[in-house]
Ligand binder design. Structure first.
Ligand code: NAP
Length: 356
């Protein structure tokens, strides 16, 4: 941008709608834990030589890890994540358009995904967590789902952690969500037998009919999870992709086969508890020589090019289905976020903020 253009545009200041955390959260989050604010204004121009980038946010990702960021830093349950600050906008993954840039790697008009604020416009200098949208033949929103965090989580957490082989028996919990639906489909593409669990009839139908899992069950209708797993896996489980924790993990441990692998992606049943549940069947780890490994998606970020090469043809040739649950507008943010913890979302939950 020329000097004349820049100073002429510097006058352009707009209201910036934001979603703020009201206070740290105890127990299950409620919609009233968040505030939509239009009090702040923002200049649509990046200060010269600041290396900043001004983003217009298009889609924002709702993720279960947000719950850990809502915990008061001095709470007795510790998390390794820096907490959100009450009174400030949440931050997380989003897809955005560059409106102005003083950074050599980004120019006006670029589409990017990565870390951004829960607001209409974000001025950021954290450019190492912004990535260019490489492929515009897919839905832009996929960059906060199948082509973003959820995708690399499912890919690394399944292939790198579990080393699946054809005909192995795979169980996925929270299977109809952003990550689970992909893990199940990756397992099917590998030739595995796959069963998923989810919390409603609609989700179970999706698992069996849309994502082509071999079978699925509603864990809320099962009084005895051990008995349910024995029904679906009479020959035992080789791989468990853990999203759930607590009583599901306990039941799975007793049903694992020799040399089984458990990929610990998350434990959403524990995130809102003031005291997390114990796990009682850990002895099965050595009875059955099971490998149980937790991971963070970050450790697989270097695999993004390989992952894109794997996943894009499957998307384009309809061998992979990706279901999204898109809430409209920043105002729908609180209910979309809270809904993650009551199972209201069917598929990847995100918020649509604005068109390009
Ligand atoms: P998601 O499955 O799209 O949404 C969350 C789902 O979890 C809800 O729809 C609900 O499904 C289930 N759920 C909510 N509260 C529950 C509870 N109290 N007990 C049992 N199930 C509950 O979310 P996602 O983004 O795909 O994340 C899935 C898991 O992966 C989470 O544990 C998350 O923390 C983890 N994760 C980890 C990484 C990593 O780097 N390790 C990265 C991304 C995600 P139902 O209706 O089926 O109950």
């Amino acid at each position: 941008m020329s000097g004349i253009d820049k100073s002429a545009a510097e006058a352009e200041v707009v209201r910036n709608k934001q979603l703020l955390l009201k206070d740290h959260v105890i127990g299950f989050p409620k919609e009233s834990d968040f505030i939509i604010s239009t009090e702040n204004a923002i200049s649509l121009n990046v200060p010269e030589n600041s290396k900043g980038v001004l983003l217009k946010n298009l889609y924002l990702s709702c993720d279960p890890y947000f719950r850990a960021l809502m915990i008061k830093p001095d709470h007795s349950i510790k998390t390794p994540f820096p907490a959100f600050t009450p009174g400030l906008p949440l931050y997380g993954y989003g897809v955005a358009k560059v409106l102005d840039s003083e950074h050599q790697n980004f120019k006006k008009g670029d589409l990017v995904w990565g870390t951004t604020g829960w607001e209409e416009y974000t001025l950021t200098t954290q450019t190492n967590s912004l990535f260019k949208v490489e492929n515009t033949n897919v839905h832009l929103s996929y960059y906060v789902g199948i082509l973003g965090l959820a995708g690399i989580t499912a890919y690394g957490g399944f292939f790198d952690v579990c080393h699946p082989k054809k005909r192995e028996k795979v169980f996925v919990s929270a299977a109809a969500g952003a990550v689970g639906q992909l893990v199940g489909q990756f397992a099917k593409l590998t030739g595995c037998y796959v069963v998923g669990s989810a919390g409603s009839k609609e989700k179970v139908d999706h698992l069996k009919n849309k994502f082509r899992f071999d079978d699925a069950f509603n864990y809320k209708e099962e009084d005895d999870l051990d008995a349910a797993l024995k029904r679906y896996f009479p020959e035992g489980i080789d791989i468990y992709f853990e999203n759930f924790g607590g009583k599901m993990l306990d039941a799975v441990l007793q049903n694992m086969n020799m040399n089984g692998r458990i990929s610990v992606c998350g434990m959403i049943s524990q995130y809102n508890l003031e005291k997390t549940e114990g796990v009682h069947n850990l002895m099965w780890l050595f009875y059955k020589r099971i490998t149980m490994r937790g991971f963070s998606a970050f450790e697989f970020y270097h695999l993004f090019p390989k992952f894109a090469e794997f996943v894009l043809p499957h998307i384009q040739e309809n061998r992979l289905i990706y279901v999204e649950d898109i809430a409209e507008g920043m105002e729908s943010g609180p209910s979309a976020l809270v809904g993650l913890f009551s199972g209201r979302n069917v598929g990847k939950q995100l918020v649509f903020v604005a068109r390009e």
